[in-house]
Structure formats: C-alpha cells, structure tokens
Design a protein. Structure first.
Length: 273
C-alpha cells in the first residue's frame, strides 16, 4: 500500500472512527490550518465549496499538496461523477475521491472504472504530481502497482434512488465508502432537516445505509455539523465522520467572540446549519 494514506490506515486498524474536516474556502493556508488540527483527513469540497468548479484544478492542486505536506490524507469531493473530474482529482494526488448524488449501482460501477487503473478500470497514467503526495515518495511504477488498493473510492448516498438500491451499491467491487449527506438525503426522501431537526424517517434511512455498508464489509461515513453530533454517530458505529466545516467554524467563532464582547449570550453549536 502507498505510504501516508492516513484514512486508509485508520480503516485498516479499525480502532476508532476516523475524524476529518471539510474545506470550502480556497487557499493553501486554509488547507494547512485544517490539516494541523489533529485530523486524519481534509475533504476539499469542489461541489458546494468555493473551490472553483470551472477552473477546479487551480485551487484543488494547491489544497491537495498542502494537506498532504502536513501528514494528513487529502480527499476531494468533485462536482459531478464525470470521469475526467475523477482523473484530475486523483492526478493531483488525492488519497480518495467522493462522488455526490449517486443514484444506482450502475453509476457506481462507472465511477470505479474511472478511478482504477487497468485491469480493474480505465484510468490513464501520466501525472507527475500524484506520487509526491505520499511519504516516502513512490516511483511511478510503484504508484501504478499500488494505487488501486490504496486510494479510496467513495460515493454519497443522498438520493431516494440510491437509498432504494443501497444494498446493491454497497456490494459493487471497488466502492470503499458509502458516505451519507444527511441534508440532501432528507430532502430527497421527503423529510428535510429543518432548524437542525432530523425526523425519525431520516434516522431510519441512515440506519439502513449503515447496516447495508457493514453487511457488505465496506466503510460508512457521515457529515456531522457539530462535535457533539460527530460523537453521536461515532458511537453508532460510523467509520468516518466529518466533525467540522471551515466556513461554519469561522462564523461560529466570530459570533461567539462578538457576543462575548457585547455581553450577550453566545450562539448554539453548529454554526448556521
């Protein structure tokens, strides 16, 4: 296995949930601040974050090496499941890619094909940058031989179609992680999260995804909006949890400091989610 894949190592050890954070603001300094917070991974969000979706390479190619230089796994959520986007993220040196809004097992198979070198897939080889995001730095031959087993292919279960087919999706060879986006999942099954309240029907859907993932021998991730919620889902058995998001952390920290300066009660945890 490629050395320095912190999230993959955490999955192999299986000692505790792997905790990470979400990056939505561009900039190498933001990447380093997040990566030095004591996490296993940082998710560079090219879907909803301010990480240019049109000229995604510039910001992403800055964030990925900055995160990796701190000994943390750089992950990339791409805007769509198009194959060229998967290739560019992995060629930047990402230790894993996250695909939003999956709908079927057939789509999952296409994602795996785009993420893996032959014979498992059809990914092309040639990036001079990918190897440098590991320590020690592998040769291109070593990267080719070890990437398929080292890099994580993750899909988000956040549509009704994906929920209905979750057992089939979890069984797709090459899919490593089923990651739950609770906001879109709630919206798409008719039980949106409003004012931070998760309805029982959404909780049941989340439990179903976790159960299907465990039965398939895969890993399950969850996007939490506070440390308390991250702890709750870690205790439920999730393997990978996002505990914070840079933008809401900044908002909450400012609100707390300004409230204290004005002698007012501070805001509740969770930022503006």
């Amino acid at each position: 296995m490629l050395q320095g894949c912190v999230l993959k190592d955490a999955f192999v050890k299986n000692e505790a949930p792997s905790i990470g954070v979400w990056q939505t603001l561009p900039g190498q300094n933001v990447s380093r601040i997040l990566a030095r917070a004591g996490v296993d991974w940082v998710m560079v969000d090219c879907e909803h974050g301010n990480i240019d979706a049109i000229d995604v390479d510039a910001a992403m190619h800055e964030a990925v090496p900055a995160i990796a230089s701190c000994g943390v796994s750089p992950l990339v959520r791409i805007p769509d499941m198009q194959g060229w986007m998967i290739k560019r993220a992995l060629d930047a040196g990402a230790h894993g890619i996250l695909i939003p809004l999956l709908r079927s097992a057939e789509e999952a198979k296409k994602i795996v094909a785009a993420a893996k070198f032959p014979p498992q897939g059809r990914r092309g080889l040639g990036s001079p940058f990918a190897m440098e995001r590991f320590s020690p730095v592998p040769s291109m031959t070593e990267y080719l031989q070890q990437a398929n087993d080292s890099l994580l292919t993750m899909v988000q279960i956040e549509t009704k179609e994906a929920l209905d087919a979750v057992e089939e999706i979890a069984a797709v060879p090459g899919i490593d992680v089923l990651f739950i986006g609770p906001f879109d999942l709630g919206n798409n099954i008719g039980h949106p999260i409003l004012d931070g309240v998760m309805k029982p029907e959404l909780e049941q859907a989340i439990d179903r995804i976790l159960d299907a993932t465990n039965k398939a021998g895969k890993k399950c991730g969850f996007f939490a909006t506070s440390g308390e919620q991250a702890r709750k889902y870690g205790d439920k058995g999730f393997h990978m949890i996002s505990a914070a998001l840079d933008t809401t952390l900044l908002q909450a920290s400012l609100d707390t400091s300004l409230s204290a300066a004005r002698g007012q009660e501070g805001p509740k945890a969770g930022g503006r989610y």
